[in-house]
Ligand binder design. Structure first.
Ligand SMILES: C[S@@+](CC[C@H](N)C(=O)[O-])C[C@H]1O[C@@H](n2cnc3c(N)ncnc32)[C@H](O)[C@@H]1O
Length: 201
């Protein structure tokens, strides 16, 4: 299959599909960090939506779409404008002429402005040790089957790792890593990429 991985610089998903023999390309306005520039389109993904793809998996930016920034939205026309831009970008990807589509974002404004997600997944449901609630909007794709579940990730825990490396632990709450850079936090978990490539490839 000819596959477009939209808004991906890490190439985690692109490489998982390549390993299964597909012609997959990542596309991002940033250089790729996955080590395969020959499979990377460094440009605005909107220019490539009509290029005859069989499947697109997209990770559009969520900075202005997640509920985390809600308080900053109030009485802030600049932020509201950026939210509209981000929502329009998401919808251009969703409405592109590609038969099979999966778009990923946290639960937030998409749910209110468009519709509820088709599936909610957690990295620990795909063998990873972290929690990060993630929503998928699907077109002509079945929901991802979960497994192998990592029991470590299921156990609620509150761990704060400070930038200095100091670790503060408790017995409840969520896994939270303070030291991670935003770019690293946005990278797709390999367990989820493997499930996508195996089940949708
Ligand atoms: C939430 S991050 C997703 C990162 C991804 N999960 C990965 O593993 O690389 C959103 C990405 O969208 C990219 N982006 C923003 N606008 C874009 C555009 N018009 N065309 C292509 N990529 C874009 C950003 O540079 C950023 O890398």
């Amino acid at each position: 299959m000819k596959i477009l991985i939209a808004c991906e610089e890490s190439q985690v998903v692109c490489k998982a599909f390549r390993e299964k023999g597909h012609e997959a390309y990542s596309c991002d306005i940033l250089d790729c960090s996955g080590g395969h520039p020959e499979w990377h389109i460094k440009d605005d993904v909107l220019k490539y939506l009509n290029d005859g793809w069989d499947l697109m998996i997209g990770f559009p930016p969520c900075t202005y779409l997640s509920h985390a920034g809600n308080s900053a939205l109030k009485n802030n026309p600049d932020r509201k404008f950026k939210q509209k831009e981000a929502f329009d970008f998401f919808m251009k990807l969703y409405n592109s002429p590609i038969n099979k589509i999966c778009l990923e974002n946290p639960r937030g404004w998409i749910t209110q402005l468009f519709r509820r997600e088709d599936q909610v997944i957690e990295p620990f449901e795909f063998g990873e040790s972290e929690r990060k609630r993630t929503c998928l909007w699907l077109k002509n794709l079945p929901p991802l089957m979960k497994g192998p579940v990592n029991p470590e990730g299921m156990r609620p825990k509150k761990i704060i790792i400070r930038k200095t490396g100091q670790r503060k632990g408790g017995n409840y709450g969520y896994y939270y890593v303070q030291g991670k850079k935003a770019k690293d936090k946005a990278k797709t978990f390999p367990g989820i990429a493997q499930a996508m490539a195996t089940q949708w490839g």
